[in-house]
Design a protein. Structure first.
Length: 95
């Protein structure tokens, strides 16, 4: 699965959670915080999935500290999948 989010729509962490929840169909019980994001990505999202963050530089300029935390978490999900050695993984593509 390829899911896209657009940095033009992501100017805050709340915007990010709204966009990723919609792109990956998290459902109504998603907690909209980084802990909930980790939980849903590491347990509930079916692999393989590529998350494409278009116009990420716009988001980074709008929310530099939050952007770094989010990207770090998404990279940690990638690392966890790689550590399990499966061929079907989560992938972040920042454009």
């Amino acid at each position: 699965m390829i899911a896209e989010i657009d940095g033009l729509k992501i100017q805050s962490e709340a915007d990010f959670h709204k966009e990723i929840a919609q792109a990956l169909n998290f459902g109504p019980y998603y907690g909209k915080n980084l802990n909930a994001l980790w939980d849903v990505l590491s347990r509930d999202v079916e692999r393989p999935v590529s998350l494409v963050w278009k116009n990420a530089d716009i988001s980074q300029k709008s929310m530099p500290a939050e952007f770094e935390k989010i990207v770090d978490l998404l990279r940690d999900v990638e690392k966890e999948d790689a550590a399990y050695g499966t061929s079907e993984r989560f992938e972040l593509i920042v454009q």
